[in-house]
Design a protein around this ligand. Structure first.
Ligand code: 5AD
Ligand code: SF4
Length: 448
């Protein structure tokens, strides 16, 4: 392949870890074609907005950002330079060619399943001065076309093992933007994990919209589940920590819970969105699980690994949610005790079934419920953080802390921990005795 002179690429990533992973892959792909990354937007020859559609008014925020970029593009054009603008990610998939209508200065619109075609699409724009749209859900996986190499930042890396979702929760846009469920095969995943470890990764988070539904093929063509996949990956010597996110309660199974009790590399932390504690609302949301099932899964995990900590996602004020339904959510939270949580007021995502429901909950009711839920979740998080005082946890140190001489990392429970130390400790997992908690950061002293 012929190398071109270095061009600068600016990439802005919105949303979840899947998008962070995709952005890294786009960078890997374009490096091969002579692009280097810049954080200085005005000097970029190529700008990529890797968008997320899950938050409220996501598309509007992207259009507003595009308005700013348009001015920079005009400036560069006046000085004889190019600025190719790419909109990638879930907003692209949801908006389609509407983006070219509302922002005619955008050159390429590409979806989460087709960004491996970026070099070709960019070349087409550059050569033929045409716009390019690629939003297919191709039959051949994009993973077959992506480069192996991945530049990793620090000692933790993400690895996508599964994509898409067939659950169709009524509030959610993911099944429409990311498409149907797809699992990568063991050999591909194992190879990527080896390369990540070779580059210095000590911890790998296995990613997917619904990772616990993983059903890829192993080296003998036999279908395996996520716990079998983890058992394979755990054999990689340099890999010390494995996590997986995000799961759906209906795809959880006892072997996966049990594996936390036997596989030391599997970290004792689970993010398991519940959304609501009311069976009536769960049914209305098309979640296909009950509050009891959720509590059962938590119990299975606690049985297998008593020190497990949990996090979740919540939506308050889903259409038709009554005070009683909301109290059921509060009750579920009290029963579980969450170490971390993400909670949102329900908001309309155009095109989803819940968007057209007439029994929408008034904004002030949603705000009041969210405030109460968040107060309870913050109290639980604080109590759980306080319980670690006096105990020893194991911290993978990765970067400098806020104050001179301080270093920062994550413990096995995904809590942020800082201690006095130096850069030689980066990339090591060290025992830390926790002395004090401030905000959501634990601090302590490194033992020995
Ligand atoms: N309104 C509010 N929150 C939502 N989420 C997804 N769709 C919506 C919506 N329409 C939340 C869910 C999901 C998280 C990623 O975003 O809690 O788990
Ligand atoms: Fe969206 Fe998760 Fe439901 Fe899938 S399981 S539709 S990604 S909320």
């Amino acid at each position: 392949m012929q190398k071109q002179p270095t061009k600068k690429i600016y990439i802005k990533t919105y949303g979840c870890q899947m998008n962070v992973y995709d952005s890294n892959k786009m960078l890997d792909l374009l490096r091969v074609f002579g692009y280097t990354e810049t954080e200085n937007l005005p000097e970029a020859d190529l700008v990529i907005l890797n968008t997320c559609h899950i938050r409220e008014k996501a598309a509007e925020k992207v259009y507003s950002e595009l308005g700013t970029i348009k001015k920079l593009k005009e400036k560069r054009k006046a000085s004889g330079n190019e600025m190719i603008i790419v909109v990638a990610g879930c907003v692209s998939q949801a908006e389609g060619d509407e983006i070219f209508t509302r922002a005619p200065y955008v050159d390429v619109v590409v979806g989460p399943q087709t960004y491996h075609n970026l070099p070709e699409l960019i070349a087409k724009v550059s050569r033929e001065k045409k716009i390019a749209l690629d939003l297919d859900f191709p039959l051949v996986s994009k993973f077959d076309s992506l480069p192996d190499s991945q530049k990793i930042d620090g000692y933790t890396a993400f690895l996508t093992i599964q994509e898409g979702c067939d659950k169709f929760c009524k509030f959610c846009c993911v099944p429409y933007t990311r498409g149907a469920e797809y699992s990568r095969n063991l050999v591909e995943i194992y190879r990527e994990a080896l390369l990540l470890v070779e580059q210095g990764a000590i911890e790998i988070s296995l990613l997917g919209q619904n990772v616990s539904a993983y059903h890829g093929l192993d080296h003998e063509g036999k279908e395996i589940n996520i716990s079998q996949l983890i058992e394979h990956l755990a054999k990689i010597p340099g890999l010390k920590r494995i996590r997986y996110t995000t799961s759906h309660p209906n795809d959880m199974f006892e072997d996966l819970a049990k594996l936390h009790g036997t596989e030391e590399k599997l970290m004792p932390f689970l993010h398991l969105p519940v959304q609501s504690g009311s069976n009536r609302i769960l049914k209305a949301m098309n979640r296909k699980h009950t509050a009891e099932r959720y509590l059962n899964i938590i119990a299975q995990y606690r049985k297998a690994k008593p020190d497990m900590l949990f996090s979740s996602d919540f939506i308050v004020g889903y259409p038709g949610e009554t005070d009683e339904d909301f109290e059921d959510t509060m009750e579920l939270v009290r029963k579980v005790r969450f170490a971390l949580a993400y909670s949102f007021k329900y908001s309309i995502r155009p095109g989803t079934p819940a968007a057209v429901l007439e029994n929408q909950v008034p904004e002030e009711v949603k705000s009041e419920r969210l405030a109460r839920l968040q107060a309870l979740l913050a109290q639980q998080q604080d109590e759980i953080n306080q319980e670690s005082v006096g105990k020893v946890c194991n911290v993978l140190f990765e970067k400098k802390g806020k104050y001179p001489g301080q270093i920062l990392g994550k413990n096995e429970y995904a809590q942020a921990v800082c201690a006095i130390g130096d850069e030689s400790m980066f990339g090591k997992i060290l025992p830390v005795k926790v002395n004090v908690v401030s905000g959501n950061t634990l601090s302590g002293e490194i033992l020995n």
